[in-house]
Design a protein around this ligand. Structure first.
Ligand code: ISE
Length: 335
């Protein structure tokens, strides 16, 4: 079966997904694109012979659309995700699932009413080979249990409309999710510190930040969020167990050795660094939809990440105090 896919949101990320589904993956076909900017919808849809819609409602209700990818801004995700659920369609929604915990709860309620897991959140790192190997090493248990995770999330630069809050709700949200994935437990408290800022930032930013989080079993996570590095997109992660540590590779393809030293090229964007993970995520989703099954992170994962983000933002607003993460009990549906 070919899965007929509709995309909502024809920005850079959405277009990258259109290209991967068409050129790099199998089993999926782009049949419709919706964007409130009519010209953007038309120009994104045209190369794929897809229909262009100005409204997400039309796309979700189109009987030719089997499943939906949402790549709009986080603030407008919730109503579209709920409409997809009500239409009985699988939906892969870019992170964050929603920008408030209340909206994530509404999504979970709609999904439970539908009686079927239909929502996958675009936490693509769960499909990254390196993180999966790290998880296998931890789960094998040979080195004891996890005690610490050291993370670095470094972007070369960010646009002027990016805010200090985005360092948590748009950037660190990836570490929040991947640490939950690696450890298989929830984060219970968060604090955010503000070291000296780089001169390479827009004046309104406080950059870098350091987010520290504690999990149910007491694992301490530290995350350097540093978004005006200038020289690379660099993601690091080291998980420290009792008798060993496992570190994420740099994913370098080659090393050059010459009179200037031994070096490898650095990635410059998340699309570059996580290309293989995005492809694996989307291929897995297309295959699962064709089998009428769910894959990847759930609405619960989206809710948990947003709840931790909320605590992080509260800490940022209150001078770095430790803030408890408040969450509802996990519904059995997501066990
Ligand atoms: C962006 O939205 C992403 O998802 C990237 O993975 C992250 O590195 C970047 O900071 C975000 O703005």
């Amino acid at each position: 079966m070919t899965v007929r896919i509709g995309l909502i949101g024809a920005g850079g990320m959405g277009r990258a997904h259109l290209a991967r589904i068409t050129n790099e993956l199998s089993g999926g076909k782009i049949v419709a694109v919706a964007d409130i900017n009519h010209d953007a919808a038309v120009s994104a849809a045209e190369p794929y012979g897809a229909k262009a819609y100005d409204s997400s409602d039309e796309l979700i209700n189109d009987p030719d659309v089997d499943a939906v990818v949402i790549a709009t801004f986080g603030k407008v995700h919730a109503p579209d995700v709920i409409k997809c659920i009500e239409a009985g369609k699988y939906v892969l929604c870019e992170k964050p699932l929603a920008t408030t915990a209340e909206d994530c709860i509404k999504i979970m309620e709609a999904e439970q009413k539908a009686g079927k897991k239909l929502v996958t959140v675009g936490f693509m790192r769960r499909f990254d080979a390196g993180y999966n190997e790290m998880k296998s090493v931890l789960d094998a248990g040979e080195h004891g249990y996890a005690m610490l995770i050291h993370c670095r999330h470094r972007n070369p630069s960010v646009p002027e409309n990016y805010t200090t809050r985005n360092m948590i709700d748009d950037t660190a949200i990836h570490e929040i999710d991947i640490c939950r994935f690696l450890l298989g437990e929830e984060i219970v408290s968060v604090r955010v510190d503000t070291p000296r800022s780089t001169s390479h930032r827009f004046e309104h930013l406080t950059d870098p930040l350091v987010l520290q989080a504690k999990t149910q079993s007491g694992v301490l996570i530290d995350d350097e969020i540093n978004v005006n590095l200038q020289w690379a997109y660099s993601i690091e992660c080291e998980l420290v167990m009792e008798t060993g540590a496992v570190r994420l590779g740099d994913q370098e393809k080659i090393h050059i050795r010459d009179a200037n030293g031994n070096r490898n090229a650095m990635c410059q964007s998340h699309i570059d660094r996580f290309q293989a993970a995005f492809n694996a995520e989307f291929q897995s989703w297309i295959n699962a939809v064709a089998r009428d099954e769910h894959t990847g992170s759930t609405s619960w994962d989206g809710y948990a990440a947003t709840s931790v983000v909320d605590a992080g933002l509260e800490s940022l607003d209150n001078g770095g105090v430790e803030v408890k993460v408040t969450m509802i009990d996990k519904p059995a549906f997501y066990a």
